[in-house]
Design a protein around this ligand. Sequence first.
Ligand SMILES: [Zn+2]
Length: 223
Amino acid sequence: MLRGQGNGGCPRLPCHQAPPGRLPEPQHQSPISNLFGGQYKSTLRCVSCGNQSAKFEAFSHLSVPMPARASQCSLHECIQLFVEGDTISGWTCPECQSSDDRATKRLDIWRLPPVLIIHIQRFFNDGAWKKNQSSVLCPLKNLDMSRHLATKDAHQQHHRYHLYGVVNHYGSMDSGHYTAFCRAPNTDRWHKYDDHQVHELSGGSVRSSAGYLLFYSAIDQRL
Ligand SMILES: [Zn+2]
């Protein structure tokens, strides 16, 4: 049995109080939340007895992990890893009170926003902080998120996106440099913004091993 749907547990994120798949109540909306706000269902499952509890949470971006030990991967692989979640520890099951204190956490995407920001988790800690410099193959056009949506009404909400901006990070944890790639909405051409320098960029150069933040606009949003 799923418990905790639509009740407490996250008072700073009133979106979870809304019925699943619906927008937050008007008093909790803002231009920012209307543009960037999505919703996912977080499900904890006890590894000892299988008991599940779930709640709906709001997000303003998706922070997706990267596959380990791959020289390149697709953005869809990263999003699938995000949905599948991970095993967490330090959690006490209210059902069996197991001393195992481990649970699996799954994040089902329930509602997507008009502007979808995806953060690629390039920095990780395996005893020391490191950076994953693998390339992430992200679609420039027609990113179809319907396969990652948990709800059946994908056709009724935003799920197809065009890429319009990328923030790149070059360097390591100790030192680095940021640039941005942006697509002009009137010409559909890409430009690189590097401090005071601006250059036109071919679309084929947009995807690189430096991509850190991806900005997608829903096709019907016209950004
Ligand atoms: Zn349990």
